[in-house]
Design a protein around this ligand. Structure first.
Ligand code: NG6
Ligand code: CA
Length: 508
């Protein structure tokens, strides 16, 4: 009897051993490390794998050519904060009235809301963000001199090393897990965004009053505090030792991203690596100066591409490439003059940042939200191209599905099979967003409702998609949206409006 019992225990134990080995093996397969590399204002035509512009981005191209290059990949908005909100939550940004471009504002993700990093944490992932945040911090006036909360660490990130908003906004400091790095308590930081022009004496000298102190001239909007010769949006005092070096920012974030990988490679991790390029102010490190022949914007893209290459090398040398899914994309379309005189317009030459699409950043036309969108997983994803429609809003459901959880957002679709196997359908329909206005894509068709406002942004010189009429385009025949078919195809227009209203409601 004892012998039998011993036998049973042995069988049970070996069974258990096999199951646990299997689950470890499976875990290796279904729980890859997940990395989202997210650029800022990089256009559809800025990546050479898309064969549109004249810049060379060999490192991003490697991901595109050896992974899946999505030709119909969208960001959720034509500006930053709404796109980033939608990416992490899988929720359309126009559902959240606070999901607008943030300037020193509070966190726009509710701490009770489900997010990609939260999903991954339920599966034992370590989660980190390195780079630009721009989803707001705190819940009122932010005190930068003590731990800032809520922020990334309260919505699912175990580790965060960020700049708060953008490179053109104060405070020009890095924040790690809520604490300003290198802060001297005897030199506290104060920030103000509502400064009156006539009372121009708050904090550091400003671009408005002391243009002779700037090394980069402001064109529109950026006439606040001067930090490192660059006038910013907003006003700042103190924090001298904590201020970042603009030209070293790319190296700084790259190093933090690499350190994160090295530290966390033993267990599944999620890293959201959000590069600041080529958003203004474009401050590539001097070793990239002149590399593109297109001035700082082109040089900043070459620098970003280099960062992607160096980051890739780290994944390779740490031996984790074949167990790591990489998604590469951009938060919105391209812009040339976004507030500084930096030769982006003058030195553009033949390059086409929008890849021949109409519009750009801030626009409801295609170039506002159709962005480079790449999925790469060495040895797992077969090289290919996809023309299926996919949005960053779908990453929430897709990642949830890849790691085997049931979390699904209302607006997202599970495209795990499309992302990993280049199989299955893409989206039939999608709501596009630009500065709270919305448009609608269904199959090859796009409908843009009438909106008040200038047709062309007075400073950025981009066609924004405003007009008094409905606009209707067939992207298959007319990818650059040259011919408005709304009069010629009234039935199609009606059908599009009615499907749009079903999702968006009457108040668009
Ligand atoms: C705008 C800024 C622009 C840029 C943008 C945010 C002005 C006139 N323009 O308000 O320069 O900072 O906000 O860009 O200040 S985003 O990519 O982060 O959405
Ligand atoms: Ca952006």
């Amino acid at each position: 009897m004892k012998k039998n019992l011993f036998g049973i225990v042995l069988i049970l134990f070996s069974g258990f051993f096999i199951i646990s080995c299997n689950s470890i093996l499976n875990k290796k397969i279904i729980q890859p490390n997940i990395i989202i590399i997210y650029t800022d204002d990089l256009g559809y035509g800025d990546v050479s794998a898309y064969k549109k512009g004249t810049l060379n981005t060999p490192n991003i191209d490697k991901l595109a050519n050896e992974g899946i290059r999505f030709n119909n990949g969208y960001s959720s908005s034509a500006t930053c904060s709404p796109s980033r909100y939608a990416l992490l939550t899988g929720t359309y940004p126009w559902r959240n009235p606070r999901a607008k471009i943030i300037t020193g504002g509070s966190l726009i993700i509710d701490t009770t809301e489900m997010t990609i990093p939260k999903i991954l944490k339920t599966q034992g992932y370590h989660t980190g963000i390195v780079g630009k945040w721009h989803l707001g911090l705190g819940s009122g006036k932010i005190n930068y001199n003590s731990n800032i909360s809520p922020g990334p660490n309260q919505i699912g990130f175990d580790y965060s090393h960020i700049m708060a908003d953008t490179q053109d906004r104060v405070p020009c400091v890095y924040i790690e897990n809520g604490d300003v790095i290198n802060l001297d308590q005897n030199d506290p930081i104060e920030v103000n965004f509502f400064h009156q022009k006539e009372n121009n004496d708050y904090g550091l000298p400003t671009g408005l009053k002391n243009p002779e102190l700037t090394t980069m001239k402001w064109h529109h909007g950026h006439n606040g505090s001067i930090v490192n010769g660059v006038p910013r949006i907003g006003y700042m005092k103190g924090g001298e030792k904590a201020r970042w070096s603009d030209i070293d920012m790319a190296d700084h974030f790259l190093k933090k991203a690499q350190d994160y990988i090295k530290k966390n490679k033993e267990n599944p991790f999620f890293l959201y690596y959000t590069l600041q390029q080529p958003h203004v102010p474009r401050t590539p490190h001097p070793r990239f100066e002149g590399k593109s022949g297109m001035g700082p914007r082109g040089d900043a893209i070459i620098e970003a591409d280099w960062c992607v290459g160096e980051f890739y090398k780290t994944l390779e040398s740490e031996g984790i490439l074949d167990n790591t899914l990489i998604i590469f994309s951009s938060d919105n379309g391209p812009v040339l003059n976004d507030g500084y005189y930096d030769d982006a317009v003058e030195k553009l030459g033949d390059h086409t940042p929008s890849g021949g699409l109409r519009g750009g950043k801030y626009s409801l036309f295609e170039a506002g939200t159709k962005v480079p969108f790449i999925a790469y997983w060495k040895g797992k994803i077969k090289p290919g191209v996809s023309n299926k429609i996919i949005s960053q809003i779908d990453l929430f459901n897709s990642i949830s599905s890849i790691v085997g959880t049931d979390y699904r957002s209302k607006d997202g679709i599970d495209f795990s099979n499309l992302i990993i196997n280049n199989q299955g359908k893409g989206r039939q329909e999608l709501i596009l967003e630009a500065t709270t206005r919305t448009a609608y894509r269904n199959g090859d068709w796009v409908m843009i409702p009438p909106y008040n406002g200038p047709a062309i942004g007075p400073n950025v010189k981009i066609e924004l998609g405003n007009s008094t009429d409905f606009k209707l385009y067939n992207l298959k025949e007319d990818p650059s949206q040259k011919t408005n078919l709304s009069k010629k195809e009234p039935e199609k227009l009606e059908e599009m409006i009615s499907s749009f209203v079903k999702i968006r409601g009457e108040n668009f």
